[in-house]
Design a protein around this ligand. Structure first.
Ligand code: ADP
Ligand code: MG
Length: 873
């Protein structure tokens, strides 16, 4: 019966744990979505947790097949080992009837493939290392039992023979990202407590450094090679192996006496792993990436091909001194002691006793995941060694691990990323700045172009305007000249006809004007000549045969300018004199003198003197003289006297009014005398008493007769003025109308002269006003005599006359006529209603506007008509 030698140890532990899976997961399992680190050996007895996982050292036993020598030598002996892989048990035969049974995590028979050995022993460790833990795979056993075969075979000839190192590296390389991860290896040999760099053999005394804070162990002096491809790694393994052989030859040692240590340092970026893992969380990851430093997981895989275990027991053999033997085996025996201490949970683990245990401090037991493969041979001759090896393995199975993930924040990488980001932003900023400057420049150029375009357009428009002005100026000069010529001819004729009118002052002024006009005419002729000459010269500029032509042109131009100035001066003088002349003329013929100038004053003084010397009676008698010249001068004197209010009464008393009326009656019609006489009568007609006298002496008929015969507008103006004065008398209205006064007044509009029209309008307004007064007193209830006599059409026609004085009189007349309802019908049919509406709206005088409005609203006829027409006032 098989028995358990170590009842408290492995057997007990193993019973609580399920057997490991036959096939460990493939390496693709890393691409799982689990954010936590995945552990392949979920069924292997390791307990998982976020921060750390507990477990123990996994131990497998591998039996080497018999070699040729053993086949022969051990042919007569039974094997000392019997494997029961299905029960993960090994029986160590003590004799033919007795054996000890040991249980391991894995029992690998002599036929176990290298692939299976890797997957069972090393793969879980490799996966842990990729997840950020430290891990160790060690081979322990007697020399020649297959440690190197298991760990270090390259499999050059037979790919299936590839050992754990090669396969581990294949898995690692398949699971790292070259963008963010790194794989670095060192390859060391430990012999007689000296660490030698197998990648650089000259580096043969490497010291171990331990971080006091983290407890991490490192060999900074060792060569670290960045591995990118499997080929790189194979080359390095070959190089390391060659150096190992060479070093051992030199030292006269065997490789079996030294420990070969392969260290693989893996750095993986967690965020990259996670972005691979979870595309759904990309956005949040991206956000966190920019603000948090990336997490780097560092894993260290240590593969140790230990020196032959027999050395630990056999000292002094093969010619070595005891010290030497001790030294050779120190590390291995220290490892054994540490395993014992760990297995027994001893408070003191003598890690510091050897370089190997110091080197493996963070990789064996403790915080690392560890697999131990113990190799044994079948030969009964090495039973003791085999037993010792098996017991070593059994003890190791008791060693508890507390795995700790090795994570750290990668501030350097974060800093690099931020620098890159800043660089990008700076570049972007520069680009935007440049674009902004370009835009400003473009806008400036555009604005300048627009300004210059506008300037050109403005210049052209200005030039056109200038040319137009010049043309207009020339045109108006021409018109003025023509006008002036017409006036000149007209005045020449008038001067001839009215030779004596206006007295000496007028004659003198006329002479002066004539003289000036002649001068002006002469200047114009000269200017025209100069212009012609200039034109000729301009034409001849195209064929400049003589020198100095241009100078002549300038000279002539200056001459022309001077002539123009002279002409302007003369024109101004003409205008001045014309205005003076009109003033003189007006003062001599005005019904009522307003203001006499110096010349008029002189005349008046002389007339007053004459009046004093000769006497009024004598002067009046001269009005009846046979001599027309005497009559003319006499009537002028009387007219001048009548212009003064103070003289009027005496003139009338002396029979002057009768004499003046008599002049109008004269059969030999002399219009000049009639005009002056009418003017005098008009002045006298300002007085109410005189108005009645004029009427009594048949004045209306005489004035009507004169109006019918007269042609000169000034004669008509005087006559109309006289009748207009009479129209303002309430008592005389009927008689004035019956004697043809209204008809005479209306007859004079034929003249169309504004002076005449304004007197007619004044007469009409006076008459309407008196009528309105009479109506309001209730004295009359008939239609207006003005309407009776057919004045309405003319009134309506001139209600909006251009001359404001005429317009004003007629507006008043219309308002007065409209006061009486009896006129309304005629006014509506005659179109006067519209004029009244216009007056009520447009008249510039507020009082007339109001009067028109009042009239329109108070009259029934007008109101109903306006309602009918839907006109609002
Ligand atoms: P160790 O490194 O433990 O001293 P080796 O790995 O050098 O032993 O193996 C000794 C010899 O045994 C080698 O020739 C090797 O090829 C052979 N050998 C070891 N293990 C096996 C195995 N499992 N199958 C076939 N040959 C093996
Ligand atoms: Mg070996």
């Amino acid at each position: 019966m098989a028995s358990y030698r170590n009842s408290r140890g492995p057997a007990k532990l193993d019973r609580t744990q399920p057997p490991p899976p036959a096939n460990l997961r493939a390496s693709t399992s890393f691409k799982s979505k689990t954010s936590n680190v995945r552990r392949s050996s979920s069924g292997s007895g390791f307990k998982d947790s976020d921060e750390s996982v507990s477990g123990r050292v996994r131990v497998a036993v591998r039996l080497r097949p018999k070699n040729a020598e053993e086949m022969v030598a051990d042919a007569d002996f039974a094997d000392c080992l019997e494997l029961q892989p299905e029960f993960k048990r090994l029986k160590l035969r003590k004799n033919n009837w007795d054996s000890d049974t040991y249980e391991f995590d894995e029992v690998l028979t002599e036929s176990a493939s290298q692939k299976r050995v890797y997957e069972v022993v090393a793969k879980p460790v490799v996966e842990s290392v990729l997840d950020g833990y430290n891990g160790t795979v060690m081979a322990y056993g007697q020399t020649g039992t297959g440690k190197t075969f298991t760990l270090g075979r390259l499999g050059d000839e037979d790919t299936s023979a590839r050992g754990i190192m090669v396969r581990a590296m294949e898995d690692i390389l398949a699971n790292v990202s070259w963008d963010s991860d790194s794989v670095m290896i060192s390859y060391l040999q430990l012999y007689m407590e000296t660490i030698q760099d197998l990648l650089n053999p000259t580096n043969d005394n490497i010291s171990i450094v331990e971080d006091p804070k983290t407890g991490d162990v490192s060999v900074p002096a060792a060569t670290l090679v960045d591995i990118r491809t499997h080929h790189d790694f194979m080359e390095l393994l070959r190089l390391g192996e060659a150096h190992r052989v060479a070093a051992n030859t030199k030292l006269n040692t065997e490789s079996s006496r030294s420990h070969a240590i392969l260290m693989v340092h893996i750095k993986r970026s967690v965020t990259d792993m996670e972005s691979e893992i979870s595309s759904e969380n990309y956005h949040s990851l991206h956000m966190s990436r920019s603000s948090k430093p990336p997490i780097i997981r560092k894993g260290k895989l240590v593969v140790v091909d230990l020196a032959g275990s027999e050395r630990a027991h056999k000292s002094g053999s093969e010619g070595h001194t005891l010290e030497e033997a001790k030294s050779i085996n120190l590390s291995l025996s220290a490892l054994g002691k540490c395993i014992n201490a760990l297995a027994e949970n001893s408070p003191h683990v003598p890690v510091r006793d050897s370089k190997l245990t110091r080197l493996l401090k963070d990789s064996f037991g403790g915080t690392a995941r560890t697999s131990l493969i113990v190799t044994v041979g079948p030969s009964p001759r090495h039973r003791a060694e085999t037993t010792s090896t098996i017991l070593f393995g059994q003890r190791a199975m008791k060693v508890e691990n507390m795995l700790k993930i090795k994570e750290e924040f990668d501030y350097k990488s974060l800093c690099r990323r931020h620098e890159t980001q800043i660089d990008k932003l700076i570049a972007e900023n520069e680009r935007q700045q440049k674009a902004f400057e370009d835009e400003i420049e473009r806008a400036t150029i555009e604005a300048q172009q627009r300004i210059s375009e506008a300037e050109i357009n403005y210049k052209e428009a200005l030039e056109r305007e200038k040319v137009k002005c010049q043309m207009d100026y020339m045109e108006s000069i021409k018109k003025l000249e023509e006008k002036w010529m017409n006036n000149h001819l007209k005045h020449a004729t008038n001067g001839f006809n009215n030779g004596n009118r206006g007295g000496e002052g007028n004659d003198h002024a006329n002479e002066e004007i004539t003289e000036l006009k002649l001068k002006l005419q002469k200047e114009i002729t000269l200017r025209k000549q100069a212009e012609e000459e200039l034109q000729n010269l301009k034409n001849s500029q195209f064929h400049p045969t003589e020198a100095g032509v241009n100078a002549d042109v300038i000279k002539l131009q200056n001459l022309l300018d001077e002539e123009t100035r002279q002409k302007q001066k003369l024109e101004d003088e003409v205008l001045l004199l014309q205005s003076r002349l009109s003033q003189v003329t007006f003062s001599s013929g005005q019904p009522r003198n307003s203001q006499l100038d110096n010349q008029g004053n002189g005349e008046r003084t002389s007339i007053a003197n004459l009046h004093e010397h000769v006497g009024l009676q004598k002067i009046l008698s001269l009005l009846e003289s046979e001599d027309p010249n005497v009559r003319l001068h006499a009537v002028k004197v009387v007219a001048n006297l009548a212009a003064e209010d103070t003289n009027q009464e005496r003139i009338v008393e002396a029979g002057g009014l009768s004499s003046l009326l008599e002049l109008l009656r004269s059969r030999s019609f002399d219009e000049v005398i009639c005009r002056i006489a009418a003017g005098a009568i008009a002045n006298l007609a300002m007085n109410e008493a005189n108005q009645e006298l004029i009427m009594a002496q048949d004045g209306i008929s005489l004035l009507a007769m004169t109006a019918a015969d007269a042609e000169d507008p000034q004669t008509l103006r005087m006559v109309a003025g006289a009748i207009a004065n009479l129209c303002g008398n309430d008592k005389l209205q009927t008689r004035l109308r019956s004697e043809g006064g209204i008809k005479a007044l209306l007859g004079m509009v034929r003249s169309r002269h504004p002076d005449v029209l304004s007197q007619v309008a004044r007469g009409v307004a006076n008459f309407a006003k008196c009528e309105s007064r009479t109506f309001s007193k209730g004295n009359k209830n008939n239609r207006s005599l003005l309407i009776e006599d057919g004045a309405l059409p003319w009134i309506v026609q001139n209600a909006n006359n251009d001359a404001s004085i005429i317009r004003r009189h007629i507006e008043l007349a219309l308002c007065h006529l409209a006061q009486h309802e009896v006129n309304a019908k005629d006014m509506v049919s005659g179109g006067a209603l519209w004029e009244l509406v216009r007056i009520s709206r447009d008249c510039s005088r507020e009082d007339i506007r109001a009067l028109a409005r009042r009239t329109l609203t108070s009259s029934q006829t007008f109101s109903s008509e306006l309602r009918r027409l839907r006109v609002e006032i």
